[in-house]
Write a protein that binds this ligand. Sequence first.
Ligand SMILES: C[S@@+](CC[C@H](N)C(=O)[O-])C[C@H]1O[C@@H](n2cnc3c(N)ncnc32)[C@H](O)[C@@H]1O
Length: 222
Amino acid sequence: MTERLKKLCALLDKCDRFVDVGCDHGYCTKYMLDSGLCNRAVIADVSAKSLSKAEKLLAEYVSAGRCASVCCDGLESIDRGDDLVLIAGMGGEEILKIIKSAYIPHSFVFQPMKNAPELREYLLESGCAIDYDGLFTETRAGLVKNYFAIKGRAGGKTARPYTAAELAYGRDSLGTPELEALLNYELTKNLAYAQGGLSPQSRAEVESRIQFIKGVLNGETV
Ligand SMILES: C[S@@+](CC[C@H](N)C(=O)[O-])C[C@H]1O[C@@H](n2cnc3c(N)ncnc32)[C@H](O)[C@@H]1O
């Protein structure tokens, strides 16, 4: 398993049925079943080719009746239950499309590759309890990759509204060295943009992004 998958799996709690939407290789489901963290599992993917990789990896569990395999778009063929649903490694827009066209799972871990703020906003507006909303990193070939992960429950309601900084970067990321490194990287990039020839509108956007990043770095709630 890659460092990303190990860190992702560490966020998964014990449950009865574990559902891995967009499972691809199926490693997360194997981790859940091997560790006894779930009694049964569903591997699902919109691509039959991707799903066949997970089916191969989990063949013993499938033949023992502990793992069901479903080729479908998102949650469309997965009945709603007291499940833990993982949707990882796809864009936040795609995760939003999946939950908007079906339902917000009872318990979930989402790991969007981009558009995390839009996903957070929707989950909060929909009255979800967010138990963890942070950032983890993976170092690959000397490069640090950042991943946001959001863990929560439908209908539990988060205690207080998010600040703009929490909405942008995740409530539990603030003040961490991982976020500080990411913000410094973004700040350097935006300061370089600001040196270039920009339209007045682009310049205003870049300047406002710079101020926002500086505010988050200084621990302001912005
Ligand atoms: C990059 S892989 C991520 C695999 C794994 N979840 C992970 O985090 O490593 C994305 C997978 O999601 C699947 N996928 C994309 N959109 C989907 C959708 N709407 N419903 C189900 N699976 C989807 C793709 O076919 C692909 O296998």
